[in-house]
Ligand binder design. Structure first.
Ligand SMILES: [Zn+2]
Length: 345
């Protein structure tokens, strides 16, 4: 049987039990970072598998082999262009100054659409109208469904209104409100429940994650996001940075220099969640993000003035809005760290 995320097993069984009478469109929604696309793919592969075990894909038959290699003739996945390539060219964007190649590369990157376009929906016409190759289900996954632009969504609507036989369309989203109401109303909604903290921690432990509790808290309880947070380099950097935040007398100009090459989005996220923890610790004696630094946060929180923190929090929000523009990273960091020092003194 194929590997499943443990919290997917029960809801998957429930859907596959209905395999003979499945509606033609399911809208899978739920929190970010809990594996909704993995869930949709598990449904798809299980519907296509030709020797399913208790309904779940076997992982070894011909159909499963084609599925895994991405060439099952009765399966399509519809994603925006920017998600359509495999990881091979998703390498880090270095700061490499504008060499000719670099410029061309970034221009190419920019052109990749973040929307699912009408042409992509139209290209499915043949897939949708021909009879299926393997005499089984035809499955289409659309992800993230909210990235369909208006004309793409309207084109899909026609298919949803007159679905071809033996066809299952799986739309996946964590932003339900951004879908057209007419699309939503033609799908059966499946809320994929978030795993419990225990389930998530058990799974993260099995993945060999360093400090799974801290990673899970940082990811707001979403285990797949926690994996990213747990990346070792990230953790080391985070520990050093948070270490600097615990010392009100630290040399913050030097700290800004140390972290000027770091990902500013991470840095600002750490600052925002740190401040949120300070506020929570002050008001309720709790922390919710940096649980591995609870004692330092509580110590600092005992003496901070909330109005100062709230003003600082507002400046962080503003900084977050401006980080996509080119600017002097070290200067911004210096400014943020020195304001932090003033906010906690
Ligand atoms: Zn199989």
């Amino acid at each position: 049987m194929i590997d499943l995320l443990p919290w997917h097993r029960a809801p998957l069984d429930e859907i596959l039990l209905r395999r003979a009478s499945l509606p033609h469109a399911l809208l899978i929604h739920g929190k970010q970072g809990i594996g909704k696309i993995e869930f949709a793919r598990a449904i798809a592969q299980s519907l296509l598998c030709e020797s399913a075990e208790h309904g779940v894909a076997c992982g070894t038959c011909n159909a499963c082999g084609w599925y895994r290699e991405g060439n099952h003739p009765d399966f399509r996945e519809l994603v925006p262009e920017n998600l359509s390539d495999d990881e091979s060219d998703a390498g880090d964007t270095t700061d490499g100054a504008g060499t000719k190649d670099g410029t061309q590369e970034s221009a190419k990157e920019k052109k990749k659409s973040k929307e699912i376009k009408i042409d992509q929906v139209r290209e499915l016409a043949q897939f949708m109208t021909l009879s299926t190759h393997r005499d089984g289900f035809r499955v289409l996954v659309i992800f993230p469904a909210e990235t369909m632009n208006l004309s793409a969504a309207n084109a899909l609507l026609k298919t949803l209104e007159e679905p071809p036989p033996r066809t299952v369309i799986l739309l996946v989203t964590d932003q339900m409100a951004r879908l057209l109401a007419t699309i939503r109303s033609r799908c059966q909604r499946i809320l994929l429940a978030s795993p419990t903290t225990d389930e998530s921690l058990k799974w993260l432990n099995g993945q060999g994650i360093l400090k799974p509790e801290a990673a899970l808290a940082m990811a707001g309880g979403a285990p797949l996001d926690a994996i990213a947070f747990a990346d070792r380099t990230y953790q080391t950097e985070r520990q050093t940075f948070l270490g600097a935040l615990t010392d009100a007398n630290a040399d913050y100009v030097a700290a800004a220099q140390t972290f000027e090459k770091s990902d500013l989005v991470n840095i600002i996220t750490w600052l925002q969640t740190w401040v949120a923890d300070l506020v929570l610790a002050r008001l309720a004696g709790e922390v919710s993000h940096h649980v591995d630094h609870k004692s330092e946060i509580s110590r600092l929180a005992a003496r901070v003035e909330l109005p100062k923190l709230f003003r600082y929090e507002a400046s962080l929000r503003q900084a977050r809005r401006s980080i996509s523009h080119p600017l002097n990273a070290r200067l911004l960091l210096e400014q943020l760290l020195i304001s932090y020092q003033q906010a906690i003194k």
